[in-house]
Design a protein around this ligand. Structure first.
Ligand SMILES: Cc1cc2nc3c(=O)[nH]c(=O)nc-3n(C[C@H](O)[C@H](O)[C@H](O)COP(=O)(O)OP(=O)(O)OC[C@H]3O[C@@H](n4cnc5c(N)ncnc54)[C@H](O)[C@@H]3O)c2cc1C
Length: 407
């Protein structure tokens, strides 16, 4: 029986190892017994957060969770860590952050491999978690084989790009178009295809007005090598586009200006406006350039301008969904095979704010924790999505809960 099963070994799951090391309890956690399972490729091909765009968070956030005297301290000596530390509050390419996280993943992997009570399996997908009558958990893979039993489970399986159905009045038929998600684009897997469309002067339509949508447009501009024409990219946004501001003053009283359906949100701890929802860095700069007329290759159309959107949709040869992310799903059952539904808010699974246990019908499921994209901590201004949260307070709380189970 393991102390904890960790489902998913992406950037967020690493937080559990980092937090335990920070609190000098990593030895205890590993000795208690961890089973880590990831559906992805072996560690050599680990590519968590390998997005070809600028980060939306400060570079220092990626390294600041690491204990300088702990078991991950060697990672802080890597080239990527040095670059991140030097960049400090500036935002740099997520590829550097990904390189650094790979160092952390390798170290965590070797700690797991060298402890006889622990195991890490890749290329295995968990489909079901069963809560047993005695309060322990079993997990089952996609072939319905038992994987392991444990006292607790932490879900860290991330989220998928949301692909909501196209609005019929604007997009009656997209069967002849190339339809992509922003994930395909930001992970740089569609570069050659996109370049051909750009050279053929094809119109590209991006659905969504979030950070991902503007990052997608910025990426396309960057690979186009000056070959895009005026209005070749259209961003169709459903809601008012929100920008991040360091404080209300910088936002010019934006709080007072925008209330109602899609208000600006103030973070009560930091004073930031739209901390988790607003455009930042290059994405924000692109938005400002579009509305000021400095960037003419991209145009912005609200979804309720139905006639214009319909015409743009008819002419577009490529449609990209950048409409947010939704938590990956996993079946949870009790021993009698009754499904236990999880509580959701938007694309995020709800958790108890203190224990970080997932909620079902308004109650926390004892011993079933979650973190990461799609499973972020709830906050007054939205789910707290960011590596500094996943590797910070969220992981600290989960580790201390897990360890209290064993004592
Ligand atoms: C485009 C983009 C840019 C972002 N930029 C930033 C940023 O600049 N700064 C920041 O702090 N955050 C950023 N984030 C948010 C967040 O930090 C990242 O999304 C991060 O990758 C989340 O890590 P994760 O481990 O939760 O999810 P993932 O990276 O998706 O990892 C989940 C892991 O679980 C595995 N898995 C999934 N399902 C199963 C299953 N059923 N069984 C077993 N294994 C499974 C997957 O193989 C994967 O390894 C960004 C997110 C996106 C989408």
């Amino acid at each position: 029986m393991y102390l904890c099963q960790i489902i998913g070994f992406g950037p967020a799951a690493l937080g559990l190892f980092i937090a335990a090391d920070r609190d000098s309890s990593l030895g205890e956690l590993l000795d208690g017994g961890l089973k880590v399972v990831d559906k992805g490729s072996p560690i050599q091909q680990w590519n968590g957060m390998d997005y070809h765009i600028e980060a939306n968070s400060a570079s220092i956030d990626f390294v600041s969770g690491i204990n300088q005297n702990g078991l991950f301290s060697e990672c802080l000596k890597s080239k990527s860590a040095t670059t991140l530390k030097e960049a400090g509050q500036d935002r740099i390419s997520l590829r550097i952050s990904s390189e650094f996280l790979l160092e952390v993943a390798r170290t965590a992997h070797s700690l797991i491999s060298s402890n006889p009570n622990c195991d890490l399996e890749t290329n295995r997908q968990i489909s079901k978690i069963v809560k047993m009558k005695d309060g322990t958990y079993t997990t089952w893979d996609s072939k319905n084989q038992l994987v392991a039993q444990s006292e607790t489970v932490t879900i860290a399986i991330g989220a998928n790009a949301d692909r909501p159905p196209m609005e019929r009045d604007c997009f009656p038929d997209a069967s002849d178009k190339l339809c992509l998600s922003c994930e395909d684009i930001l992970r740089d897997t569609s570069r050659d295809t996109l370049q051909k469309f750009i050279e053929n002067k094809s119109s590209i339509l991006i659905r969504g007005g979030s950070h991902s949508a503007f990052s997608t447009a910025d990426y396309i501009l960057s690979i186009a090598e000056g070959k895009l024409e005026k209005d070749q990219i259209t961003i169709v946004h459903r809601h008012r586009v929100r920008q991040w501001f360091a404080d209300a003053d910088q936002a010019g009283g934006v709080e007072a200006l925008h209330s109602g359906d899609w208000p600006d949100l103030k973070n009560k701890d930091t004073g930031e406006i739209n901390k988790f929802t607003g455009l930042r860095g290059r994405a924000k700069k692109l938005y400002e350039d579009i509305v000021s007329g400095r960037e003419k290759k991209v145009n912005l159309v609200p979804l309720d301008a139905t006639e214009i959107v319909s015409e743009k949709a008819r002419n577009a040869q490529v449609i990209v969904d950048a409409t947010g992310y939704v938590a990956r799903q996993i079946i949870i059952e009790d021993e009698a095979r009754n499904q236990i539904p999880l509580d959701w808010q938007g694309g995020n699974v709800l958790k108890d704010p203190q224990t970080r246990e997932v909620m079902s019908n308004g109650r926390p499921l004892t011993g079933l924790y979650a973190l990461g994209l799609g499973f972020a901590d709830p906050g007054v201004d939205g789910p707290q999505v960011g590596i500094n949260f996943f590797h910070g307070p969220c992981s600290t709380a989960i580790v201390s809960q897990i360890l209290s189970t064993s004592s």
